[in-house]
Design a protein around this ligand. Structure first.
Ligand SMILES: *[C@@H]1O[C@H](CO)[C@@H](O)[C@H](O)[C@H]1NC(C)=O
Ligand SMILES: *[C@@H]1O[C@H](CO)[C@@H](O)[C@H](O)[C@H]1NC(C)=O
Ligand SMILES: *[C@@H]1O[C@H](CO)[C@@H](O)[C@H](O)[C@H]1NC(C)=O
Ligand SMILES: *[C@@H]1O[C@H](CO)[C@@H](O)[C@H](O)[C@H]1NC(C)=O
Ligand SMILES: *[C@@H]1O[C@H](CO)[C@@H](O)[C@H](O)[C@H]1NC(C)=O
Ligand SMILES: *[C@@H]1O[C@H](CO)[C@@H](O)[C@H](O)[C@H]1NC(C)=O
Ligand SMILES: *[C@@H]1O[C@H](CO)[C@@H](O)[C@H](O)[C@H]1NC(C)=O
Ligand SMILES: *[C@@H]1O[C@H](CO)[C@@H](O)[C@H](O)[C@H]1NC(C)=O
Ligand SMILES: *[C@@H]1O[C@H](CO)[C@@H](O)[C@H](O)[C@H]1NC(C)=O
Length: 893
């Protein structure tokens, strides 16, 4: 039949002939394959006319396939000219090459390809299952857009690809996950958030594998199912190369260890960091901070670490103290008081340098390490203190500048002797809207910085504090920062030629790229620094945006190490990228005092700890934005005690929410913190394992422990705290009952010691009061538990307490556990690793004993004995050392 086209249709066809779509892209053809036992290389060339949809198609690509280990396959597709941006090695340097023994015949992952159009697949050798297959659509590799799609089984169980607040298991239909770091409050759903982690783990019938795309560019990851294409996951990046690491598992924990093999294992933390932390934005002076410390001690809630938000700064300039509200000598008294009481102090540090702080500004200027506009002038935006410039963390002089500021401001003698650093706003944020012609005026117009609170004229006396921690009567001029010229001299641009060294293609539209990323707050420059800013060596923010924080983290760690060379640096950051767990911990940002946000925190912790290898993680307990309530805060105090990082923090417009403000919350917090104290060594032992080999050991999803139980794949609100303790928080607001899933296994109620046989079904627990949280010990475990936690206020005192072993036998009457002991602080501490095993009454301790302790194991309690209802198992007295192997019969067997 002859088709007659009307004129309107002709017109639309004519228009589409000029505007190509991704469907017109020709794909690539593979040639010149060179194969060895363990690696392959090949050329990929554009298979037809360029489509040039989002920038220009790159004609010549290279393919590299490396069988790195039998469970790790590296597949990289990059431009033959090596001009396209690749992540600088100084940030993260995943392994290249092979381990020597792995070959295409031995690996559990098998690479295969189709020549034209080029596509590739990865199969699992043991069961022939296809894990990844890009044949569903053509590879597109353009100057500002790279697309690769893999088909997947329908409704797959996918996890990872954060940071987000959408769900734990990923949605599978019509879903977009955008990775482009932004500073946004309240953790909105279906939005990009502070960090980028392009790793996913997929569960298929008990078997796990992982896929890591080593690419820091902005990207939309689309997960969708359509009639024509079935189920797929599609990477749409606005730059960079396709650098994949396929991880074979087969268990979820194996995938996590294999991922640690690519991005590194997490940093070990000091023992004290597991104590309870308190902060609020809006403590108006040092006296108020001291007051909170005092009130915690009066309320008998153990406070380990006090924090201060940006309030301490003089007009919110980093590296300054407010001379009237936070004068140096008062701050030093506060810190001395805390240290004398084995407590700690931490303050916030923001990345930008104020134009109105000539001291820091001139230092940064002479180090030449500011980010620059494309015309060579220094970029100026606005942040808390008003007009600011931003450090180029990848400039070779940036480290000396930053560590120098840390050294002088946090000098133990003449400065503020803090115990860690909290870094914020490093997504990075900029308050001045594009194009920000006049940042100085913009700050003035927007009342930035706001006038500080009035200086108190009378301060209440504070029992227990040194008498001289009193109002500054005559020292108001102390530390006054002299006004500075707001305008820096300009410096000519360094050359931004970018060829052949993977610093990024020239000639791109950086600020408004043709492929508009699904950034939830608008164009890429929204709320941040401009993508076209230029850094050392020609890197542009467009490419390095998502690793801005990584550079700040690295130099902050160096700075802390220079102050205390043998102490584990404690850093908590808002923004993160893959691999940053090697150096930092993370708090989940500016959440809100809402029930939904309490719930989100549960699986965000699992994701960061078990999948992203950032196990030092926690959410602001009781919520940051909005006003909390007594009941929400009580529930959150109980939940937060099972976060690796346990801190109560509120916003400046929120009411005070320290735990002691309500009797109910006081009681909840006392119980929560003392329970946490009892189990810190158990947790610290597990955490240490993760720092050694990446084993997810701290906040663990249920499917990691029961991969063959498909019912666990969807569980977002229960988790293991260490390998043996199952935590099942209350999930319904105002409810006092909990529906929780117990896998088919033996459990014991942590509080009563009663045995509960899991049957792979949901049970309901009632009468969970506001000072309760359901916790179960898994059969087969021995928990080393500190005694007398009622008698201690800090982790330092805790370390002097003896242990009991809580023994939770499995169905065969056996149990095992571990205990790691060291000085809890230094990088080169001696350590002991004890293995505890129990077999029907016989208890044995073996291991290595290089770190000697005075404390003992004074008892062992075997659960499941006694009459079950009234007694917490059967207790046996011991008086045994932790410095040597021993064994004993608790009862005949
Ligand atoms: C996909 O989701 C978007 C919003 O996220 C919605 O507007 C659209 O209607 C959805 N499309 C389909 C086919 O469900
Ligand atoms: C998913 O596919 C449907 C149908 O093709 C399409 O309308 C929708 O936009 C797609 N969603 C995403 C997020 O790509
Ligand atoms: C694997 O799981 C899928 C659902 O994810 C199911 O349809 C299929 O039957 C399972 N296969 C086996 C062998 O259990
Ligand atoms: C800069 O790039 C251009 C275009 O690729 C090249 O011809 C030129 O040699 C480069 N200049 C330097 C100094 O490397
Ligand atoms: C990349 O090459 C350009 C041109 O040769 C040079 O100016 C730039 O410093 C190099 N960048 C790096 C990071 O080596
Ligand atoms: C919290 O409540 C106080 C009154 O108790 C009110 O002044 C304040 O605006 C509230 N803050 C928020 C963020 O709602
Ligand atoms: C929980 O209780 C509070 C206080 O009574 C009430 O305001 C809130 O609406 C309740 N929430 C739900 C989900 O019932
Ligand atoms: C749990 O199972 C064990 C056998 O494994 C049995 O001896 C015990 O009675 C059961 N306990 C309960 C409370 O059902
Ligand atoms: C609930 O538990 C508390 C102690 O935790 C107890 O005092 C109270 O009697 C219990 N209430 C009910 C209805 O079981």
């Amino acid at each position: 039949m002859r088709r007659i086209l009307n004129t309107a249709l002709w017109a639309s066809l004519a228009a589409s002939a000029t505007a190509a779509t991704v469907d017109d892209c020709p794909g690539y053809t593979l040639s010149n394959l060179v194969q060895s036992q363990s690696s392959w290389t090949a050329d990929l060339s554009l298979s037809g006319d360029a489509c040039n949809v989002y920038g220009e198609d790159i004609n010549d690509l290279k393919l590299l396939v490396e069988y790195q280990t039998d469970s790790r396959l590296h597949v990289k597709i990059y431009d033959a000219q090596e001009q396209v941006y690749q992540i600088p090695k100084s940030t993260l340097s995943p392994p290249t090459g092979q381990d020597g023994s792995s070959t295409s015949n031995s690996s559990d992952l098998v690479f295969s390809y189709t020549e034209n159009p080029f596509s590739f697949a990865v199969q699992r050798r043991s069961n022939q299952e296809t894990l990844f297959n890009s044949s569903g659509s053509n590879l597109i590799f353009e100057s500002q857009y790279v697309r690769l799609r893999t088909s997947l089984p329908l409704d797959p169980f996918l996890y990872g690809l954060g940071e987000d607040s959408d769900s734990f298991v990923r949605e599978t239909n019509n879903y977009t996950r955008t990775l482009w770091n932004i500073g946004i409050g309240m953790l909105p759903a279906h939005s990009n958030l502070y960090g980028s982690h392009p790793i996913y783990i997929e569960m298929r019938n008990g078997t796990a594998h992982g896929v890591f795309l080593f690419n820091s560019n902005g990207m939309d990851i689309k997960i969708n199912q359509t009639e024509e294409d079935g189920q797929y996951l599609e990477y749409n990046t606005i730059g960079g190369v396709l650098d994949f690491y396929f991880l074979a598992g087969p268990s979820p924990a194996d995938v996590s260890r294999q991922y640690a093999g690519v991005v590194g294992t997490p940093a070990q933390q000091s023992y004290w960091t597991y104590g309870f932390h308190q902060c609020k934005y809006g403590y108006q002076d040092v006296m108020m901070v001291a007051d909170v410390v005092y009130n915690y001690s009066q309320a008998q809630i153990p406070l380990e670490t006090m924090w201060t938000d940006i309030d301490y700064m003089d007009l919110r300039r980093t590296w300054t103290l407010d001379p009237q509200r936070f004068p140096l000598h008062k701050m030093q008294e506060l810190v001395s008081y805390l240290h004398d009481h084995q407590q700690h102090y931490i303050v916030m540090v923001d990345p930008p340098v104020s134009l109105n702080d000539s001291d820091s500004y001139n230092k940064a200027l002479s180090s030449d390490s500011f980010l620059r506009n494309s015309n060579g002038s220094i970029f100026v935006g606005t942040m808390w203190p008003g007009a600011v410039s931003y450090i180029d963390w990848y400039h070779p002089n940036a480290e000396a500048f930053w560590t120098g500021e840390i050294a002088s401001f946090f000098d133990a003698k003449d400065g503020l002797d803090v115990d860690g650093i909290w870094i914020d706003m490093n997504d990075p944020q900029n308050f001045c809207d594009y194009p920000c012609q006049n940042p100085v005026q913009s700050a003035i117009d927007n009342d930035i910085p706001p006038a500080p609170p009035a200086v108190r004229t009378t301060w209440p006396p504070l029992p227990g504090f040194p008498a001289d921690l009193q109002p500054p009567a005559s020292d108001a001029s102390e530390n006054v920062v002299t006004p500075r010229s707001p305008y820096p001299r300009s410096i000519s641009a360094t050359s931004a030629n970018v060829t052949g060294n993977m610093t990024g293609l020239a000639g791109r539209n950086l600020n408004t790229p043709p492929y508009a990323l699904n950034n939830s707050i608008g164009p890429l420059y929204t709320g941040s620094i401009w993508p076209d800013l230029v850094g050392y060596g020609g890197y542009v923010s467009y490419d390095t945006h998502n690793i801005f924080a990584s550079g700040m983290i690295a130099h902050t760690r160096e700075g802390l190490l220079k102050r205390r060379p043998n102490e584990r640096p404690f850093i908590i950051t808002r923004s993160t990228f893959a691999g940053d767990g090697r150096k930092t911990g993370h708090w989940t940002g500016d959440n809100g005092s809402e029930w939904a946000q309490y719930l989100i925190s549960i699986w965000q912790n699992m994701e960061f700890a078990s999948i992203f290898q950032i196990p030092t993680v926690g959410a602001d307990v009781c919520g940051f934005n909005l006003n909390t309530t007594e009941h929400l805060c009580a529930r959150w105090a109980m939940l937060g005690a099972w976060y690796p990082f346990y801190r109560n923090h509120a916003g400046d417009t929120s009411n005070f929410q320290e735990f002691y403000r309500w009797p109910l919350v006081t009681e909840a917090a006392q119980k929560a913190i003392r329970t946490r104290f009892a189990l810190i060594d158990y947790f610290y032992t597990a955490f240490t394992q993760q720092t050694v080999d990446g084993s997810p050991t701290t906040i663990i999803p249920l499917f990691y422990e029961y991969p063959n139980d498909v019912a666990t794949y969807n569980i977002s609100y229960q988790f293991f705290f260490g390998p043996s303790v199952l935590v099942s928080p209350v999930t319904v607001e105002n409810s006092t009952s909990v529906e929780l899933y117990l896998p088919e296994d033996i459990f014991y109620d942590y509080w009563t010691g009663q045995q509960v046989n899991g049957t792979g079904s949901t049970i309901t627990l009632d009468n969970i009061t506001y000072t309760d949280i359901p916790v179960h010990i898994r059969g087969g475990s021995v928990l080393p538990r500190r005694l007398n936690t009622d008698a201690v206020n800090t982790t330092t005192q805790l370390r002097d307490q003896d242990f009991e072993f809580v023994i939770a036998p499995d169905a065969d009457g056996k149990a095992t556990g571990n205990l790691f002991l060291d000085d809890g602080l230094s990088l080169d501490s001696e350590s002991s690793t004890l293995s505890v095993s129990f077999d029907n009454g016989h208890l044995a301790v073996t291991g290595s004993f290089a770190y000697s302790v005075d404390v003992k194991v004074v008892s062992a309690t075997v659960l499941g004995q006694g009459n079950g209802t009234s007694s917490y198992g059967e207790s046996y007295s011991l008086n045994r050392t932790l410095n040597a192997a021993w064994s004993t019969d608790l009862y005949g067997h």
